[in-house]
Design a protein around this ligand. Structure first.
Ligand code: GLN
Length: 268
């Protein structure tokens, strides 16, 4: 897989597809589409956004696909449908950019665990494997050191990535993938790294939604598609304040994993 930009984009509008929000919409990642759309509109770039529910045809001609987080059962169904459709595979072959969050990242890899912990085949669009480990579920704030993404236009410095995570699986990046950054607070992939990038497919454990908290990541994805010339800088003090606050909260372990009710009852 290469990092070539999409060649199938209509000149007039950037086409964004949210995949299966009915199955993979548990963690609020639908907000990523809103962030991308607004950041294009603020720059005077037209955007067409559609949501594709399970069972509907997956278009293969969009520029950017979003896959969100969800529960173990719906992950299996989403994988089956995307495998049957092959629309996302064709889009990636044509150079489409993908942002896949948590369950979305897991199912785009080679393998992921189902609700019983049994390993299932993923879609093979990300070079990684997700496994169930004998460790507590990773729940809480997730903060990286300075992260970076290599796009068709070069290396983009993303600063620190901030978000929250909530997952049982841990992800092992493969030899042809790179991570987004290293973990400062939280669990991320589980090996000290966070995120998996293979070609134009970007996976992350960051909810938030991730792009609201990390506008540089949003702009890096958009720049991949539209090129740097039209990416006029945007300044938003509210986003800066949110980032400062959440980075401090992560460092204070404000939302550090608490004991589950099952643990409390077991020990009382
Ligand atoms: N069901 C997966 C896990 O627990 C993904 C969860 C999520 O998308 N937040 O690992």
């Amino acid at each position: 897989m290469t990092s070539t930009p999409p060649t199938n984009r209509a000149e007039s509008a950037v086409r964004i597809v949210s995949l299966y929000p009915d199955l993979l919409g548990t963690y609020g990642d639908g907000g990523n589409a809103l962030v991308l759309s607004r950041r294009l509109e603020w720059r005077g770039i037209e955007v067409e956004h559609i949501s594709v529910d399970a069972g509907a045809p997956v278009p293969d001609s969009a520029d950017l696909y979003l896959v969100g987080g969800g529960e173990d059962g719906p992950q299996v169904q989403a994988t089956r449908e995307l495998d049957q459709s092959q629309g996302l595979h064709r889009a990636v072959d044509k150079g489409a950019v993908v942002l896949a969050v948590c369950a979305g990242m897991q199912i785009l890899g080679h393998t992921f665990p189902d609700a019983t912990g049994t390993s299932r085949s993923g879609l093979g669009l990300l070079d990684c494997e997700t496994v169930r480990v004998d460790r507590p579920r990773a729940v809480g704030e997730l903060l990286t050191t300075n992260a970076r993404l290599t796009t068709a236009h070069g290396v983009v410095e993303l600063g620190q990535l901030t978000g929250f995570e909530n997952h049982a699986g841990r992800t092992i990046p493969g030899p042809t993938s790179v991570s987004l950054g290293a973990v400062e607070v939280g669990e991320g992939n589980g090996d000290g790294s966070e995120g998996v990038v293979t070609g134009t497919v970007v996976g992350t454990y960051l909810h938030g939604p991730a792009l609201a908290r990390n506008p540089r990541l949003a702009d890096a994805l958009l720049e991949w598609i539209v090129g740097p010339a039209v990416m006029i800088p945007l300044h938003d003090p509210d986003v800066d304040a949110l980032r400062t606050e959440r980075i401090a909260a992560a460092r204070d372990h404000e939302l550090a994993p608490r004991r589950s009710w099952r643990d409390i009852l077991r020990r009382s």
